[in-house]
Design a protein around this ligand. Structure first.
Ligand code: PEP
Ligand code: MN
Length: 267
């Protein structure tokens, strides 16, 4: 780990603040997209009982096809905020447009910048002007240095609350959705004081590979794990095939706690 590892705090108001980095692990979980209040409630209730400490859900989805579900927009933000407040969990959601940064900030505790926007410098700059913690995901074709330079774009505006996320990079092999770059975790910790978490859901795209990669991430020193969970993956509006069921999430959390203890980390 970096000798001066930063600890970033997420959440205030009706939620319990969560620390990330410097010995504290973020356990971010929830559906890819916010789909309805009922579904969000069911998912949040079960993942919170399993030990998730930050609730995720996309309201603006960056989809490969313009004809795919694009998210519930502001209605999705309202549902996410309300669910987080009722379960006492800080929330994180993605912003895809510099014109929507103010709106998203009204609802969220942490702003997610997705892989596809890691080098959207206008968006990075706008988010850097806010005081919200940022979850900056590694671009699918971005080097470690590219990722760190994108974090600089945010910090150069005065917002130093940046958490990095390894979510897999493009490879020649279609066996997994992306290639999980586990070595990025200790390399980034050598170069940067910022927390770095892993996202085995987008990195592998395959539920059966998520638990081993989540555990490997924590064992490699990651400051948290981001996992997509859905109670009806076959009905999901996005990323259903890679979602863990709530009971599968509960199982992996039991194992994550054991590895966290070995690593001397707190959830
Ligand atoms: C997501 O978190 O749902 C997402 C779109 O992730 P990424 O930007 O890593 O593809
Ligand atoms: Mn997703």
């Amino acid at each position: 780990a970096h000798p001066k590892a930063s600890t970033i705090e997420v959440g205030s108001g009706k939620v319990s603040p969560v620390k990330i980095g410097g010995g504290y692990l973020a356990m971010i979980a929830g559906p890819c997209a916010v789909e309805s209040a009922e579904r969000m409630d069911a998912i949040a209730s079960s993942i919170r009982d399993s030990g998730a400490n930050i609730l995720r859900g996309g309201a603006f989805k960056p989809r490969t096809s313009p004809y795919s579900f694009q998210g519930l927009a502001e209605e999705g933000l309202e549902i996410l905020r309300d669910t987080g407040d009722r379960y006492g969990m800080p929330v994180v959601t993605e912003v895809v447009d510099p014109r929507l940064v103010d709106l998203v900030c009204q609802y969220t505790d942490m702003i997610q910048l997705g892989a596809r926007n890691m080098q959207n410098f206008v968006l990075l700059t706008e988010v850097g002007k806010t005081d919200k913690p940022v979850l900056l995901k590694r671009g699918m074709s971005a080097t470690i240095k590219d990722l760190l330079m994108s974090a600089e774009y945010i910090m150069a505006q005065g917002n130093s609350n940046v958490v990095l996320c390894e979510r897999g990079i493009k490879s020649f092999d279609p066996a997994t959705r992306n290639l999980f770059d586990i070595a990025a975790v200790p390399q980034i910790q050598e170069l940067s004081h910022l927390p770095i978490i892993v996202d085995p859901s987008h990195a592998t795209g395959r539920p059966e590979l998520i638990p081993p990669c989540a555990l490997a991430g924590v064992a490699a020193g990651a400051d948290g794990v981001h996992i997509e969970v859905h109670n009806k993956p076959e009905d999901a509006m996005s990323d259903g095939p890679q979602a863990l069921l709530p009971e599968q999430y509960a199982e992996v959390m039991v194992q994550i706690r054991k590895v966290a203890e070995v690593m001397g980390k707190q959830i």
